[in-house]
Design a protein around this ligand. Structure first.
Ligand code: ARG
Length: 577
């Protein structure tokens, strides 16, 4: 399934060469989807200035020599000098046939595969996962799926927060309560437990001091401390695994690479930084001062690599992690799917890693930041009582809301099937609402909008897919439609074909720009075009057998593109709903 823009580019180059000579042959044809035709080329407008000619004249000169036989049916110069192109139905039919025959839907794997580390989710031990974690988890998982689909080697890294000052206070609090209490600890208790420990830490300097010392003995590998610590870590990991399964993300146990994993390497990293002259002592702590980072007062901003008490913190762990990711794991691209508030921390880590000679081309690191989820009042999303909304509660509520909606739509579904579909639609709606909004912006969490069956939502796209499958189920036909010819004829077929052709380009643009909403916008377009096709072009009641077969094959292909696209977003495509 060739991308028409890619296919036409060399044709324009040849025409430009012929019309205006070698020096203008490489001018960008500026081809894009058009409002009045399939495609529009704006090259004449830019070129006219350079040639000091009228844009329309330039456009006419290009069109006079443009050879697009077999691809384009109609070429027209419009407005000030746009070149409008309508693709031929024969060419579109041939592209669809190729895609239909290919399990990858004609999306090639990349010619420059990379090893990409994607650092995402990263919840903290002994803390409930809240809605803020959903964004990192859902965005990260989409990037992972898309990069893998395009042929990259992806290393998932769940940088679990299992170390640092909070652990000191949690363990001290556990000790205050009597150690045996720890055996009955569950995560639900731990959330309250965390808050109690935090309150003590903030209010009681002696407790805070004990907590800090406890961190040091944890770092020194004190056996008693480790037993308590491990109990908390294991319980949390088990719980996070449950959430991931419910959410349908591809993170598993083997992707946990917790902060503690780096402990044996921290001292060596600090020694290396010292050897390279990148750290200096400041108030008893060892700090790096990467160029360009300043405090509010304009003083150099420190990145603490070793604290006053000899302990190591979040920054040292991240420095060690980036070194390992590049040197041991051989990653050339590292994506940090982490909220915007950690921007400065990560940029400082990247800067020190560059200074240390670890983060050097071809290796590069990108902070894939994201905005917050807001409540209907446009403030931070909270429960009615003002508490943080737990992710797991949200997932359950989504499923039960979806179940009620589906009950109204398709009463034929038996209870067991409806439960499955409700989960697919409910979880899909939450994920899609997150992915379809501009990543770096905040968005408002709105149940009725995300579960609506019209608009740019998961249920709308899922419903279009289910409709495509309906045709086959009703007739008892194999939906694969192997080898059946697709003949594009009607305008609605033509429009659907135009959408389907863009799948590969969309996946590539998600991987390049790290903006999952591009895939959502794309799928919304395919679903809309499919819905129009479904309403305008009778399939089972088509005028003749060949047309029926062709439309079945087109429906089958559209269904496959919708399902595969949803899968790249980590969203399931129910057969019916
Ligand atoms: N645990 C951290 C938090 O909740 C997120 C970890 C992000 N990854 C990283 N390499 N720092 O804020």
């Amino acid at each position: 399934m060739a991308d028409p823009i890619v296919t036409l580019a060399p044709r324009f180059e040849a025409a430009l060469r012929q019309a205006f000579g070698e020096e203008h042959a490489k001018a960008d044809p500026a081809l894009r989807r058009g409002a009045h035709a399939d495609l529009q080329a704006d090259v004449a407008l830019g070129l006219a200035k350079k040639l000091q000619k009228k844009p329309r004249e330039v456009a006419d000169a290009i069109v006079a020599v443009l050879d697009v036989k077999g691809i384009v049916d109609k070429v027209e110069v419009a407005g000030p000098g746009f070149i409008n192109l309508s693709l031929s139905n024969e060419w579109l039919s041939a592209q669809l046939a190729e895609a239909a025959a290919d399990p990858r839907l004609s999306v090639p794997t990349t010619s420059s595969p990379e090893t990409v580390v994607v650092d995402y989710s990263g919840p903290n031990v002994a803390k409930e996962m809240h809605v803020g974690h959903i964004r990192s988890t859902v965005i990260g998982d989409t990037l992972v799926r898309t990069l893998e689909f395009l042929g990259h080697t992806v290393i998932r890294q769940n940088h679990l927060g299992d170390w640092g000052t909070p652990f000191g206070m949690l363990i001290e609090h556990l000790i205050d309560l009597g150690q045996d209490k720890s055996e009955t600890v569950t995560v639900k208790d731990l959330d309250a437990f965390y808050k109690e420990a935090r309150t003590k830490f903030d209010a009681d300097p002696a407790f805070a001091d004990r907590a800090r010392k406890r961190v040091v003995s944890l770092q020194a590998g004190d056996a008693d401390t480790l037993v308590l610590w491990k109990r908390l870590v294991d319980e949390s990991k088990r719980y996070f695994g449950e959430v991931y399964e419910k959410l349908g993300v591809t993170l598993t146990e083997k992707d946990f690479c917790a902060e503690s994993h780096y402990n044996p390497l921290l001292a060596g990293v600090v020694t290396e930084l010292e050897g390279k002259g990148l750290v200096t002592e400041s108030d008893g702590a060892l700090c790096a001062f990467p160029a360009g980072f300043k405090t509010k007062e304009g003083e150099p901003l420190p990145l603490i690599v070793r604290k006053q008490d000899g302990g190591y913190g979040y920054a040292t762990t991240d420095l060690t992690a980036i070194r390992e990711r590049i040197q041991t794991r051989k990653a050339t691209r590292i994506l940090y799917v982490v909220g915007t508030p950690q921007q400065q921390h990560l940029q400082m880590v990247f800067a020190v890693a560059r200074d240390a000679g670890w983060l050097v081309p071809p290796a590069r690191a990108e902070h894939v930041n994201f905005g917050s989820i807001l409540g209907p009042d446009k403030k931070m999303f909270k429960t009615r009582a003002g508490g943080t909304v737990k992710l797991i509660d949200l997932l359950d509520e989504a499923t039960s809301r979806a179940s009620a909606i589906i009950k109204e739509k398709d009463s034929d579904l038996d209870d067991a099937t409806r439960d499955v579909v409700a989960r697919q639609v409910g979880i899909g709606a939450i994920k899609y609402a997150d992915l379809s909004s501009d990543r770096v912006k905040d968005y408002v969490f709105d149940w009725s909008r995300m579960l609506a069956f019209d608009g740019n939502t998961a249920p709308y796209v899922q419903y279009a897919h289910a409709r495509s499958q309906n045709i086959f189920r009703k007739e008892g036909i194999d939906s694969a439609m192997k080898g059946a010819a697709i003949v594009v004829r009607e305008p609605a077929e033509h429009a659907l074909a135009m959408e389907l052709l863009n799948f590969g380009a969309t996946a590539r643009s998600v991987a390049d720009t790290l903006q999952p909403h591009r895939m959502c916008t794309y799928l919304y377009g395919v679903a809309s075009a499919f819905t129009t096709f479904y309403e305008k072009c009778p399939v089972l009641k088509a005028e003749d057998e060949a047309t029926k077969t062709s439309r079945l094959a087109l429906a089958s292909l559209a269904g496959r593109v919708l399902a595969r696209g949803l899968d790249l977003l980590g969203i399931e495509a129910p057969q019916r709903m």
